[in-house]
Design a protein around this ligand. Structure first.
Ligand code: PEP
Ligand code: MG
Length: 589
């Protein structure tokens, strides 16, 4: 038995067999014989995949060509030539027809053959082309069979997924019913994969370094998403211990859900706790977890894993259904729909350009203001949905007042067009700004004049303040919610909101850390929004404190020694909580 330490990423515990997901080039592909008469269907599937692959490569070439002097485009031009090579395609199609196999089998067979031929050549130039063949084969196989389908075909029993890292689009495709947990070499608690694991209620540990090479497929492991460990070959006693932990976790969950009442402090005042939602991931558990509304609806997930972007109508249906569902969460329930927040690590096929530094690039509101058609279609859909519940619109990545002014002009245009067409919408739909860029947090007073509410995105705010990539495990120690600089900005934003009389929420995952989430509530945050699976814990802690105690807790970072480090502030807060709440350790497990 061996215990490895990683980063606690999504709460929960699991024991199960390992399933290793290598990069998409190595994941198993279903190869089978087809019925006679179905050859042309398979040929058509192959041609469609070929078309998709070509479009992808053309998109990459166009992006690279925009930058003069880049030679990278040549590599992809060579890929395009290979994809357009009728001889190669003819071989694949003939193989399907003659051998009566599915398109994936034919691609594998013909590309293996091509690889072998290149390998036999004396010329190093041709031997180099083997990498291009690998890349094209991967591209075609991905276009033929989505990543999730590959995994579903190969996963035979509920397992713990071990991977180098997973992209958000790969994660959402995984078969939820067969995934007990995640453990990855890379990643961190605020990477988007981590947030998805939380939304799906799947325990996860990230930042394990080389876990993929330390385990074998099928061997048993145990993961602890609260403490960030993975135990290899757990013995019988450890397996029993995990069964206990899973049981105790269920009890905490039941404490809040059975009472089904709002989260209130010991002396009665209510603290609003909302959930963060990813479209595509079921929301049915929200009520059971005690969510009183939706504080962040990540609309960009409607764009992932699709051939083309969602139409206004498709968006409208998704927003309307989410608004209707949210209305059932209670009388104070509202849903905050965030406008398309693509960029960073949330890349969308056909939209996201290749950028040197995507986290500082043309993302979120910047993209929307530069692509008015996309922006207007989304605004129309959100406005139309606003009559089905209490809908709020929120702009991501606001960095200056100009963006809000421009966005307001576009919104006014869209409203006028709806008026003209006689389409109903909520004329008073609140419009808010995410505060996740340091410039907006510093200049919060000015930003506040242009919006109806703030929602602080600490995932990005901390990344930008500390200059520490939120998804990079090697700088995870710098990702510090209680760093004095972060706390100064939090205070500044909260004070600006109070001066202006507008609501201020936190929708970053720091709200789900019991020590930090309670601190934000104590500092005056009006709504805490987080992955639903974390609500029972935060709720259980808050319900054990009085308002006076909460005030005392909120003042801790200021009253303690001003020279304290982030870690010392965190520990001072944690110690205070465990000395005031008798069963604190039990609640957070
Ligand atoms: C944030 O940045 O804190 C946030 C909530 O948005 P996202 O995690 O989607 O970037
Ligand atoms: Mg963000």
């Amino acid at each position: 038995m061996r215990i490895l330490q990683g980063l606690p990423t999504a709460r929960g515990f699991a024991v199960g067999p390992v399933f290793i997901c290598h990069g998409d080039s190595k994941i198993p592909v279903a190869e089978y014989v087809i019925e006679s008469g179905r050859q042309e269907d398979e040929v058509l599937r192959y041609r469609k995949a070929l078309g998709d692959a070509k479009r992808d490569v053309e998109g990459i070439i166009a992006t690279l060509k925009e930058r003069a002097g880049r030679e990278d485009a040549m590599v992809f031009e060579c890929h395009l030539m290979l994809l357009e090579d009728t001889e190669l395609s003819g071989l694949v199609e003939n193989h399907i027809r003659e051998k009566l196999v599915n398109a994936e089998s034919a691609v594998r067979y013909i590309y293996n053959d091509a690889r072998a031929r290149f390998q036999r050549m004396n010329d190093s130039y041709f031997r180099e082309r083997i990498r291009d063949i690998d890349d094209l084969e991967r591209r075609l196989l991905c276009a033929l069979t989505g990543f999730g389908d590959h995994v579903r075909l190969a996963l035979r029993e509920p397992s713990i997924i071990i991977a180098d890292d997973l992209t958000p689009s790969e994660t959402v495709q995984l078969p939820r019913d067969l995934v007990l947990g995640f453990a990855t070499n890379g990643g961190s608690p605020t990477s988007h994969v981590a947030l998805l694991a939380r939304a799906m209620g799947i325990p996860a540990v990230t930042g394990l370094g080389d876990i993929t090479s330390r385990v074998h497929a099928g061997e048993r492991v145990a993961i602890d998403g609260v403490n960030g460990t993975i135990t290899l070959c757990p013995d019988a006693a450890t397996i029993r211990e995990y069964a206990d932990l899973i049981e105790r976790d269920k009890e905490i969950f039941e404490e809040t859900t059975q009472s089904s009442k709002p989260c209130t402090l010991k002396d009665g005042s209510e603290i609003l706790i909302f959930a963060n939602v990813h479209p595509g991931i079921p929301v049915s558990g929200l009520r059971d977890h005690g969510a009183r509304g939706v504080g962040l609806y990540r609309s960009e997930y409607l764009w992932l894993n699709r051939e083309r972007e969602p139409s206004e109508e498709e968006q409208f249906r998704a927003y309307r259904d989410a608004a209707k569902f949210t209305a059932t969460l209670g009388e104070k329930a509202s849903i905050t729909i965030r406008a398309l927040d693509i960029g960073g690590d949330k890349l969308v096929r056909g939209i996201s350009a290749k950028e040197e530094n995507p986290f500082l690039g043309n993302r979120s509101i910047r993209y929307l203001l530069a692509n008015r058609d996309v922006f207007k279609a989304q605004l129309r859909a959100i406005l139309r949905a606003s009559v089905f519940g209490k809908v709020q619109l929120m702009y991501p990545m606001i960095s200056c007042v100009e963006e809000l002014k421009e966005a307001a002009e576009v919104l006014a245009e869209v409203k006028a067009s709806l008026d003209e067409a006689g389409i109903a919408y909520d004329h008073n739909m609140p419009v808010g700004a995410m505060i996740e860029v340091p410039s907006a947090a510093i200049n919060a007073d000015a930003i506040a004049k242009h919006v109806d509410f703030f929602s602080i995105g600490t995932n990005d705010l901390i990344q930008y303040v500390m200059a520490a990539d939120r998804g990079n495990e090697s700088v995870a120690s710098l990702y510090q919610p209680t760093n004095p600089a972060v706390l100064m900005l939090m205070r500044n934003v909260i004070a600006a909101a109070k001066r202006r009389g507008i609501h201020v929420a936190v929708c970053g995952e720091s709200a789900a850390d019991p020590v930090v989430g309670v601190l934000w509530a104590a500092m005056g945050i009006d709504v805490l929004s987080m992955s639903a699976t974390y609500i029972p814990v935060i709720s259980a802690i808050l319900s054990r404190l009085t308002r006076a105690e909460l005030d005392e807790y909120g003042a801790l970072p200021e009253t303690t020694n001003p020279d304290l480090t982030s870690r010392e502030i965190y520990l001072a807060c944690r110690n205070w909580l465990s000395s005031h709440i008798f069963d604190f350790e039990n609640i957070v497990l």
